[in-house]
Design a binder for this molecule. Structure first.
Ligand SMILES: Nc1ncnc2c1ncn2[C@@H]1O[C@H](COP(=O)(O)OP(=O)(O)OP(=O)(O)O)[C@@H](O)[C@H]1O
Ligand SMILES: [Mg+2]
Length: 317
């Protein structure tokens, strides 16, 4: 069934087509330009859809309600981080903007899944902090004893806690897969001064967030941040650095239940692992080859994936 602003599967929002300018579509979020705020600075409306991506491919089946859960988790973290005073962020409001010309139907569809943000020139680096050895960090460590070029002590086991959290940047590839890069390469791309500042901020935010998550029964194994420079009224980047995008959601982070954690094996995680495992089985059966389009997801995969996002939101509330 189609509504004016969105294609819907039951209550799911697969994609939006709002009567606002500047529409851009990411894998999960639809981004629009909003009229400038009272201070004249450019603003964006970031809409979290119910799309889910895995292996960098957007699945054709939405996870109904995921966008609302992501928005709830991210805005909760922004509020907490603000209280810690480590860095500014781009979030202005999670209310559907009152001054935008939107129908009542669109407003209802958007409720709980929008963030009005300060527009930024985004630094084209994915700033990743890792406190535990998992995912691509573990894969590289097994091959070479390093994680993204960072030399680690020998003898670490899968999912083991690192002696110190490490910063492992990646490029933000416009198409295809992000690529892990070492710190020297990041310095070459954005300059040493900015690279050092982003590394220090990433690790500081990670440490603070990991501590809060642990108090709620979750290990924050690793997470990815994006930073950007706020734009001025003319759309030029200022020197005001902000945390942008979403933060500390199960899409950008690896969370494990602290209860039952043990290194030396894979951990159950609060994210798309169930979906990834199902996709790997599809691949093994020759039904999918990691290229778009992804396969339609069975109801059970949708339900179990959604349940993980719900659990994460409940525990982090
Ligand atoms: N304050 C901001 N100003 C400008 N762009 C932003 C801001 N916050 C987030 N973005 C961008 O909005 C987009 C959000 O969409 P989404 O996360 O779905 O994209 P994506 O598929 O991950 O693509 P990308 O590789 O560009 O991040 C991202 O490109 C992100 O960098
Ligand atoms: Mg993104």
């Amino acid at each position: 069934m189609m509504t004016a602003g969105a294609s819907r599967h039951d209550d799911a929002v697969f994609e939006t087509r709002l009567p606002l300018g500047g529409r851009r579509q990411g894998k999960v979020r639809d981004v629009y330009a909003l009229p400038p705020g009272a201070d004249g600075q450019p603003r964006l409306l970031v809409v979290a859809s119910d799309r889910v991506s895995a292996f960098d491919v957007v699945m054709p089946t939405p996870i109904p309600g995921k966008g609302r859960l992501l928005t709830e988790i991210s805005s909760g973290w922004f509020a907490f981080l603000r209280s810690q005073g480590i860095i500014e962020d781009h979030l202005l409001s999670t209310d559907v903007p009152g001054d935008a010309e939107l129908s009542a139907g669109d407003r209802a569809m958007l409720a709980g899944r929008t963030m009005t943000c300060r527009a930024a020139q985004v630094v084209p680096i994915e700033c990743v902090a890792r406190g535990y050895l998992a995912g691509s960090g573990w894969a590289e460590y097994r091959r070479s004893g390093t994680a993204c070029g960072v030399r680690l002590p020998p003898g670490l086991r899968q999912c083991e806690r690192l002696p110190e959290p490490i910063f492992t940047p990646a490029t933000k590839a416009a198409e295809g897969h992000d690529e892990n890069i070492d710190f020297a390469r990041m310095c070459g791309l954005v300059g040493a001064a900015l690279a050092e500042r982003l590394r220090d901020l990433t690790l500081a935010v990670y440490r603070t967030a990991a501590e809060r998550a642990l108090a709620r029964g979750l290990i924050l194994a690793d997470t990815k941040f994006e930073f950007g420079f706020a734009l001025d009224a003319e759309g030029r980047p200022t020197d005001r650095l902000m945390l942008v995008d979403e933060v500390l959601t199960p899409d950008s982070s690896r969370y494990w239940p602290a209860d039952g954690y043990a290194h030396g094996r894979e951990q159950p995680s609060f994210d798309k692992q169930y979906l990834r495992d199902w996709l790997l089985a599809e691949e093994a059966a020759g039904r999918w080859d990691r290229t778009p389009p992804g396969p339609a997801l069975p109801a059970e995969v949708v339900e179990r994936t959604l349940a993980k996002y719900r659990d994460a939101a409940r525990m982090l509330a």
